[in-house]
Design a protein around this ligand. Structure first.
Ligand SMILES: Nc1ncnc2c1ncn2[C@@H]1O[C@H](COP(=O)(O)OP(=O)(O)OP(=O)(O)O)[C@@H](O)[C@H]1O
Ligand SMILES: [Mg+2]
Length: 244
Protein backbone atom coordinates (compact mmCIF):
# COMPACT_ATOMS: atom_id res chain seq x y z
CA UNK A 1 0.00 0.00 0.00
CA UNK A 2 1.24 3.50 -0.83
CA UNK A 3 0.06 6.57 1.03
CA UNK A 4 0.78 10.28 0.73
CA UNK A 5 -0.14 12.13 3.92
CA UNK A 6 -0.46 15.94 3.84
CA UNK A 7 2.29 16.29 1.26
CA UNK A 8 3.42 19.74 0.10
CA UNK A 9 6.03 20.41 -2.55
CA UNK A 10 7.34 23.52 -4.25
CA UNK A 11 9.89 24.00 -7.01
CA UNK A 12 11.44 27.42 -6.44
CA UNK A 13 8.58 29.74 -5.58
CA UNK A 14 6.03 27.62 -7.46
CA UNK A 15 3.90 25.46 -5.16
CA UNK A 16 3.07 22.25 -7.05
CA UNK A 17 1.37 20.14 -4.36
CA UNK A 18 -0.68 21.76 -1.60
CA UNK A 19 -1.33 19.38 1.28
CA UNK A 20 -2.08 16.29 -0.81
CA UNK A 21 -3.32 13.07 0.82
CA UNK A 22 -4.05 9.92 -1.14
CA UNK A 23 -3.88 6.14 -0.78
CA UNK A 24 -3.24 3.34 -3.23
CA UNK A 25 -4.44 -0.02 -1.89
CA UNK A 26 -2.89 -3.34 -2.90
CA UNK A 27 -4.60 -5.22 -5.70
CA UNK A 28 -6.36 -2.07 -6.91
CA UNK A 29 -5.85 0.03 -10.02
CA UNK A 30 -5.79 3.67 -9.05
CA UNK A 31 -5.61 6.45 -11.61
CA UNK A 32 -4.25 9.92 -10.94
CA UNK A 33 -5.87 12.19 -13.50
CA UNK A 34 -4.89 15.78 -14.14
CA UNK A 35 -3.88 18.31 -16.77
CA UNK A 36 -0.36 18.71 -18.14
CA UNK A 37 2.16 20.16 -15.69
CA UNK A 38 -0.08 19.68 -12.63
CA UNK A 39 2.41 17.41 -10.83
CA UNK A 40 1.43 13.84 -11.80
CA UNK A 41 4.94 12.57 -12.59
CA UNK A 42 6.14 14.37 -9.46
CA UNK A 43 3.74 12.24 -7.38
CA UNK A 44 5.25 9.05 -8.87
CA UNK A 45 8.75 10.32 -8.01
CA UNK A 46 7.60 10.96 -4.43
CA UNK A 47 6.19 7.41 -4.23
CA UNK A 48 9.55 5.99 -5.33
CA UNK A 49 11.47 8.22 -2.92
CA UNK A 50 13.27 9.90 -5.82
CA UNK A 51 12.31 13.29 -4.43
CA UNK A 52 11.35 14.33 -0.89
CA UNK A 53 8.29 16.38 0.07
CA UNK A 54 8.71 19.78 1.79
CA UNK A 55 6.17 18.66 4.38
CA UNK A 56 4.07 15.57 5.05
CA UNK A 57 4.95 11.90 4.65
CA UNK A 58 5.11 9.15 2.06
CA UNK A 59 4.34 5.68 3.43
CA UNK A 60 4.94 2.38 1.65
CA UNK A 61 3.37 -0.62 3.41
CA UNK A 62 3.02 1.59 6.50
CA UNK A 63 6.73 2.45 6.54
CA UNK A 64 7.65 6.13 6.33
CA UNK A 65 10.10 6.46 3.42
CA UNK A 66 10.43 10.25 3.70
CA UNK A 67 13.71 10.28 5.54
CA UNK A 68 15.12 6.96 4.29
CA UNK A 69 18.64 6.68 2.94
CA UNK A 70 19.30 5.55 -0.65
CA UNK A 71 20.29 2.03 0.43
CA UNK A 72 17.02 1.52 2.36
CA UNK A 73 15.03 2.98 -0.53
CA UNK A 74 16.51 0.36 -2.84
CA UNK A 75 14.55 -2.37 -1.02
CA UNK A 76 11.36 -0.27 -1.12
CA UNK A 77 11.73 0.38 -4.85
CA UNK A 78 11.99 -3.35 -5.54
CA UNK A 79 8.35 -3.65 -4.43
CA UNK A 80 7.38 -1.22 -7.20
CA UNK A 81 7.85 -1.55 -10.94
CA UNK A 82 8.01 1.68 -12.93
CA UNK A 83 6.94 2.13 -16.54
CA UNK A 84 8.20 5.48 -17.82
CA UNK A 85 6.32 7.64 -20.28
CA UNK A 86 9.05 7.25 -22.91
CA UNK A 87 9.64 3.59 -21.93
CA UNK A 88 13.37 4.15 -21.22
CA UNK A 89 14.43 1.10 -23.24
CA UNK A 90 18.07 0.62 -24.26
CA UNK A 91 18.16 1.29 -28.02
CA UNK A 92 21.20 -0.86 -28.71
CA UNK A 93 19.96 -3.94 -26.82
CA UNK A 94 17.53 -6.52 -28.19
CA UNK A 95 14.12 -7.03 -26.62
CA UNK A 96 15.36 -10.08 -24.64
CA UNK A 97 18.46 -8.19 -23.50
CA UNK A 98 16.33 -5.21 -22.44
CA UNK A 99 14.08 -7.50 -20.40
CA UNK A 100 16.95 -9.31 -18.73
CA UNK A 101 19.26 -6.32 -18.23
CA UNK A 102 18.47 -5.46 -14.60
CA UNK A 103 18.22 -9.10 -13.55
CA UNK A 104 21.81 -9.55 -14.70
CA UNK A 105 23.16 -6.17 -13.57
CA UNK A 106 21.29 -5.58 -10.29
CA UNK A 107 20.26 -9.00 -9.03
CA UNK A 108 23.09 -11.07 -10.49
CA UNK A 109 20.65 -13.90 -11.13
CA UNK A 110 22.02 -17.11 -12.66
CA UNK A 111 21.60 -17.25 -16.44
CA UNK A 112 18.98 -20.07 -16.50
CA UNK A 113 16.70 -18.04 -14.20
CA UNK A 114 17.18 -14.91 -16.33
CA UNK A 115 16.22 -16.92 -19.42
CA UNK A 116 13.16 -18.34 -17.69
CA UNK A 117 11.91 -14.95 -16.42
CA UNK A 118 12.57 -13.27 -19.78
CA UNK A 119 10.60 -16.07 -21.49
CA UNK A 120 7.65 -15.53 -19.13
CA UNK A 121 7.51 -11.82 -19.94
CA UNK A 122 7.87 -12.41 -23.69
CA UNK A 123 4.78 -14.66 -23.53
CA UNK A 124 2.82 -12.35 -21.20
CA UNK A 125 3.47 -9.32 -23.40
CA UNK A 126 2.78 -11.25 -26.65
CA UNK A 127 6.28 -10.59 -28.01
CA UNK A 128 7.09 -14.08 -29.33
CA UNK A 129 9.20 -13.78 -32.47
CA UNK A 130 10.57 -10.36 -31.48
CA UNK A 131 13.12 -11.57 -28.91
CA UNK A 132 16.15 -10.63 -31.03
CA UNK A 133 14.81 -7.41 -32.54
CA UNK A 134 15.92 -3.93 -31.49
CA UNK A 135 13.33 -1.58 -29.92
CA UNK A 136 13.40 0.75 -32.97
CA UNK A 137 11.91 -1.99 -35.17
CA UNK A 138 8.83 -2.35 -32.91
CA UNK A 139 5.60 -0.35 -32.89
CA UNK A 140 4.89 2.09 -30.05
CA UNK A 141 2.44 -0.35 -28.46
CA UNK A 142 4.97 -3.21 -28.56
CA UNK A 143 7.70 -1.02 -27.04
CA UNK A 144 5.30 -0.16 -24.24
CA UNK A 145 4.70 -3.90 -23.69
CA UNK A 146 8.48 -4.45 -23.44
CA UNK A 147 8.68 -1.67 -20.83
CA UNK A 148 5.84 -3.30 -18.86
CA UNK A 149 7.57 -6.70 -19.08
CA UNK A 150 10.81 -5.16 -17.84
CA UNK A 151 9.01 -3.66 -14.83
CA UNK A 152 7.24 -6.95 -14.04
CA UNK A 153 10.35 -9.08 -14.25
CA UNK A 154 11.31 -8.10 -10.68
CA UNK A 155 7.96 -9.50 -9.48
CA UNK A 156 6.84 -6.21 -7.86
CA UNK A 157 3.70 -5.83 -5.70
CA UNK A 158 2.73 -2.57 -7.32
CA UNK A 159 3.43 -1.11 -10.73
CA UNK A 160 3.52 2.60 -11.52
CA UNK A 161 2.66 3.81 -15.02
CA UNK A 162 3.45 7.32 -16.22
CA UNK A 163 1.04 8.13 -19.08
CA UNK A 164 0.86 4.52 -20.36
CA UNK A 165 -1.11 5.39 -23.51
CA UNK A 166 0.59 8.68 -24.47
CA UNK A 167 1.41 8.72 -28.17
CA UNK A 168 -0.35 5.42 -28.91
CA UNK A 169 -3.16 4.91 -31.43
CA UNK A 170 -6.59 3.95 -30.01
CA UNK A 171 -6.21 0.21 -30.70
CA UNK A 172 -2.74 -0.01 -29.09
CA UNK A 173 -4.01 2.08 -26.16
CA UNK A 174 -6.83 -0.39 -25.53
CA UNK A 175 -4.40 -3.33 -25.68
CA UNK A 176 -2.13 -1.69 -23.10
CA UNK A 177 -5.07 -0.91 -20.80
CA UNK A 178 -6.32 -4.53 -21.10
CA UNK A 179 -2.84 -5.78 -20.26
CA UNK A 180 -2.84 -3.54 -17.15
CA UNK A 181 -6.25 -4.92 -16.09
CA UNK A 182 -4.95 -8.49 -16.61
CA UNK A 183 -2.11 -7.81 -14.21
CA UNK A 184 -4.48 -7.37 -11.35
CA UNK A 185 -6.66 -10.36 -12.22
CA UNK A 186 -3.84 -12.82 -12.94
CA UNK A 187 -0.97 -11.56 -10.81
CA UNK A 188 -2.77 -9.83 -7.92
CA UNK A 189 -0.82 -6.66 -8.65
CA UNK A 190 -1.81 -3.15 -7.70
CA UNK A 191 -1.19 -0.30 -10.10
CA UNK A 192 -1.02 3.47 -10.22
CA UNK A 193 -1.80 5.00 -13.61
CA UNK A 194 -0.92 8.64 -14.07
CA UNK A 195 -2.75 10.08 -17.05
CA UNK A 196 -4.35 13.14 -18.60
CA UNK A 197 -6.70 10.97 -20.71
CA UNK A 198 -10.05 10.32 -19.12
CA UNK A 199 -10.76 7.25 -21.29
CA UNK A 200 -7.73 5.54 -19.69
CA UNK A 201 -9.47 5.96 -16.34
CA UNK A 202 -12.79 4.51 -17.48
CA UNK A 203 -11.09 1.59 -19.26
CA UNK A 204 -8.88 0.41 -16.45
CA UNK A 205 -9.10 2.14 -13.08
CA UNK A 206 -11.10 0.97 -10.04
CA UNK A 207 -10.70 4.36 -8.42
CA UNK A 208 -9.35 7.75 -9.37
CA UNK A 209 -7.88 10.83 -7.75
CA UNK A 210 -8.17 14.06 -9.76
CA UNK A 211 -5.36 16.55 -9.26
CA UNK A 212 -6.12 20.17 -10.14
CA UNK A 213 -4.22 23.32 -9.23
CA UNK A 214 -2.16 21.50 -6.60
CA UNK A 215 -5.11 19.86 -4.85
CA UNK A 216 -7.01 16.59 -4.98
CA UNK A 217 -10.51 17.63 -6.02
CA UNK A 218 -11.93 14.08 -6.27
CA UNK A 219 -10.86 10.73 -4.79
CA UNK A 220 -13.32 7.85 -5.05
CA UNK A 221 -14.39 4.88 -7.17
CA UNK A 222 -14.33 5.63 -10.89
CA UNK A 223 -18.11 5.37 -11.44
CA UNK A 224 -18.73 8.23 -9.00
CA UNK A 225 -16.80 10.62 -11.24
CA UNK A 226 -20.05 11.12 -13.19
CA UNK A 227 -21.75 12.43 -10.02
CA UNK A 228 -19.14 15.12 -9.37
CA UNK A 229 -20.36 18.68 -9.71
CA UNK A 230 -16.85 20.19 -9.74
CA UNK A 231 -16.65 22.48 -12.81
CA UNK A 232 -13.26 21.10 -13.86
CA UNK A 233 -14.50 17.51 -13.71
CA UNK A 234 -17.71 18.44 -15.57
CA UNK A 235 -15.57 20.03 -18.29
CA UNK A 236 -13.28 17.01 -18.70
CA UNK A 237 -16.24 14.65 -18.84
CA UNK A 238 -17.65 16.62 -21.75
CA UNK A 239 -14.35 17.23 -23.57
CA UNK A 240 -12.83 13.79 -22.85
CA UNK A 241 -9.17 14.84 -23.23
CA UNK A 242 -7.52 17.30 -20.88
CA UNK A 243 -5.52 19.99 -22.57
CA UNK A 244 -4.53 23.15 -20.79
N1 LIG B 1 13.00 19.09 -10.91
C1 LIG B 1 12.19 20.13 -11.16
N2 LIG B 1 12.60 21.40 -10.98
C2 LIG B 1 11.79 22.45 -11.21
N3 LIG B 1 10.51 22.32 -11.64
C3 LIG B 1 10.06 21.08 -11.86
C4 LIG B 1 10.86 19.92 -11.63
N4 LIG B 1 10.12 18.82 -11.92
C5 LIG B 1 8.91 19.28 -12.31
N5 LIG B 1 8.87 20.63 -12.28
C6 LIG B 1 7.69 21.46 -12.59
O1 LIG B 1 6.64 21.02 -11.75
C7 LIG B 1 5.41 20.97 -12.44
C8 LIG B 1 4.84 19.57 -12.38
O2 LIG B 1 5.64 18.71 -13.16
P1 LIG B 1 5.23 17.22 -13.51
O3 LIG B 1 6.23 16.71 -14.48
O4 LIG B 1 5.03 16.45 -12.26
O5 LIG B 1 3.81 17.44 -14.21
P2 LIG B 1 2.89 16.38 -14.96
O6 LIG B 1 1.54 16.52 -14.39
O7 LIG B 1 3.53 15.04 -14.93
O8 LIG B 1 2.88 16.97 -16.44
P3 LIG B 1 2.82 16.24 -17.87
O9 LIG B 1 1.37 15.93 -18.10
O10 LIG B 1 3.31 17.30 -18.80
O11 LIG B 1 3.69 15.02 -17.82
C9 LIG B 1 5.70 21.49 -13.83
O12 LIG B 1 5.40 22.84 -13.85
C10 LIG B 1 7.18 21.28 -14.00
O13 LIG B 1 7.72 22.22 -14.88
MG1 LIG C 1 4.28 13.83 -16.39
Amino acid sequence: MIELKNVCLSFGDKQILKNISLKVQDNTIKAILGPSGVGKSTILKLMLGLIKPDCGKVLVDDTDITSMKEIELYEIRRKMGMVFQGNALFDSLTISQNLGFFLRENLNLPEPEVTQRVGEQIRFAGLEGYEDKLPESLSGGMRKRVAIGRALIFKPHMILFDEPTAGLDPVSSKKILSLISELRHNNNLGAVIVTHIIDDVFHSADCVAVLYQGEIIFDDVTEKLHDSQHPFIRSILSDKILEL
